[in-house]
Design a protein around this ligand. Structure first.
Ligand SMILES: [Mg+2]
Length: 367
């Protein structure tokens, strides 16, 4: 057995459970929430520390990491990521990997990748292999409980900041959705891509009917028009949407088998993936699958965390600059990639993902 390099041995695992109230209640087509939780994992090897995080129910995820996953990574070689990925997946077999299990695992996997890059003294984008210097983002919010003035201010603010695509939520009041979407189009002008997300609020016939109404506002992206569990429904809709509008889904992808299932069934025009749910490892697998199926990939939420891995995706469309998560990242982390010309720019000289914990803020939001 290969001798473990002392400098690469993982000495310590620390876990933080955080809860951050939103700046106002947020609603989409099927849920409302007033706080967002995240679990943060720090891994230390010698004097080098990496970290990862996932937006999930923080305390149960932290318990799962402490009681099931920490023992696998503590003492392991920080460079042997495939071994650890396999061992952590196996450890969750009887607990249920999809959902909370994978979000806990993803936080550890992201921390492992960050630690590896920092040990090598290179950026994560460099470790993954850069395709591009910056990552295009789209503004995401437009919650269904916002009034018209709030919707205009939020979407207009992103366009003023240089973003070339924005997305709003629909589905909680379908009768009012065409008007809200028309207001959004009027606000952002004709040159900005307009996207909607129903979070699975419709059945396939209702989704098709509203899609034809939204075509008047030149909507190009209809995310989860039906539940992403209805893979046949996504495919059925994709064949019938107005010209110029396509289905997007994939945010509940926990592993490469799920992404392959969506792609093989021609369920999406653009696949979405979320590294905080499938890890950087799963995200890279999704990127390879998208390349093989000739389908673009868009990253779901957690913008700062996705920047380095998106820099390496062959068929990247864009990254979601989600209001809630961009706000939390600014509160809890230093070293965020700057937003310029509609894109986030990773620092090529910063080791790892380049983020640093603001420890006082982490402690203040501990739960
Ligand atoms: Mg969504």
């Amino acid at each position: 057995m290969a001798r473990v390099n002392r400098a690469a041995r993982i000495d310590d695992v620390r876990v933080h459970a955080c809860r951050v109230p939103t700046d106002a209640e947020e609603c989409d087509g099927t849920l409302c929430w007033s706080a967002t939780e995240l679990v943060i994992v720090e891994l230390r090897a010698g004097t080098t520390t990496g970290f990862g995080y996932s937006y999930t129910q923080a305390r149960p995820a932290a318990t799962l990491i402490v009681e099931k996953l920490a023992e696998l990574v503590r003492g392991a070689d920080a460079l042997d990521l495939p071994q650890l990925w396999k061992a952590m997946n196996a450890a969750l077999r009887n607990l249920g990997r999809p959902g909370l299990g994978m979000m806990a695992l993803a936080a550890v996997d992201i921390a492992l990748w960050d630690l590896k890059a920092r040990l090598l003294g290179i950026s994560l984008a460099q470790l993954f292999g850069r395709m591009r210097e910056s990552v295009p983002v789209y503004g995401s919010g437009g919650f269904t409980n916002e009034d018209d003035a709030q919707l205009r201010a939020q979407l207009g603010g992103w366009v003023d900041a240089g973003l070339r695509a924005v997305k709003l939520k629909i589905g909680s009041r379908p009768d009012d959705d065409p008007r809200r979407v028309a207001l959004a189009r009027e606000t952002v002008g004709s040159d900005v891509e307009l996207m909607v997300d129903a979070n699975g609020a419709f059945d396939r016939y209702a989704a098709l009917a509203i899609a034809h109404e939204l075509a008047a506002s030149n909507v190009c992206w209809f995310e989860e028009p039906v539940s992403s569990d209805d893979v046949d429904g996504l495919h059925w809709l994709g064949l019938r949407l107005p010209v110029g509008m396509a289905v997007a889904a994939g945010e509940y992808g926990w592993d490469c088998r799920y992404f392959r299932h969506l792609l093989e069934n021609r369920a999406v025009g653009t696949l979405q993936a979320d590294a905080t749910r499938c890890g950087y490892t799963g995200f890279l697998q999704a990127a390879a699958l998208c390349d093989s199926f000739l389908v673009p990939l868009s990253a779901h939420c957690a913008p700062a965390l996705h920047v380095p891995v998106c820099a390496a995706v062959p068929r990247l469309r864009h990254l979601e600059y989600f209001h809630d998560h961009s706000r939390i990242e600014q509160m809890l982390f230093d070293g965020l990639p700057p937003l310029r010309d509609g894109a986030l720019w990773p620092d090529p000289d910063a080791p790892g993902h380049g983020l640093h914990l603001r420890t006082a803020e982490i402690a203040r939001h501990g739960c």
